[in-house]
Design a protein around this ligand. Structure first.
Ligand code: ZN
Length: 134
């Protein structure tokens, strides 16, 4: 794994959170993107070599409302950049990690993504992401 590609933060209201994080990070949000497969709206900020991804739900159902109901707004996941996502999934499965999705899917920001279940990673939801080369 190369680096922390981004940190995902679950928020209630995306517009309010964007305003706040633009001040906090002193940089404008460079992109918002809907991820229909996850029913979320995302907003990205670049911070040095990494990014912050704000996640808000498009719906009252889904992973983000469930997360916020249980734990409140806040740190949702840490994403690591990999070059070969299939290989990493295989390696980590062998090592006993369980995945929420073992088959990579298309996530935000032109990435193939998969998630490791927090119960096998000490309570942290881990995302692996690989840039889709076109
Ligand atoms: Zn993410």
């Amino acid at each position: 794994m190369h680096k922390i590609e981004h940190i995902g933060i679950a928020v209630q209201n995306l517009e309010n959170a964007i305003e706040k994080y633009e001040i906090l990070l002193n940089t404008p949000c460079y992109k918002t993107e809907m991820v229909n497969s996850e029913q979320v709206n995302t907003a990205f900020f670049s911070v040095g070599d990494s990014k912050i991804e704000l996640l808000a739900s498009l719906d009252t159902e889904g992973v983000i409302p469930k997360f916020i109901a249980k734990r409140g707004e806040g740190l949702h996941h840490i994403a690591f950049e990999v070059t070969d996502i299939e290989k990493e999934i295989e390696r980590l499965k062998q090592a006993g990690f369980s995945f929420i999705n073992e088959v990579p899917k298309i996530g935000a920001d032109n990435k193939l993504v998969c998630f490791i279940h927090p119960k096998t990673a000490n309570g942290v939801l881990i995302e692996l992401c690989q840039e889709i080369k076109s």
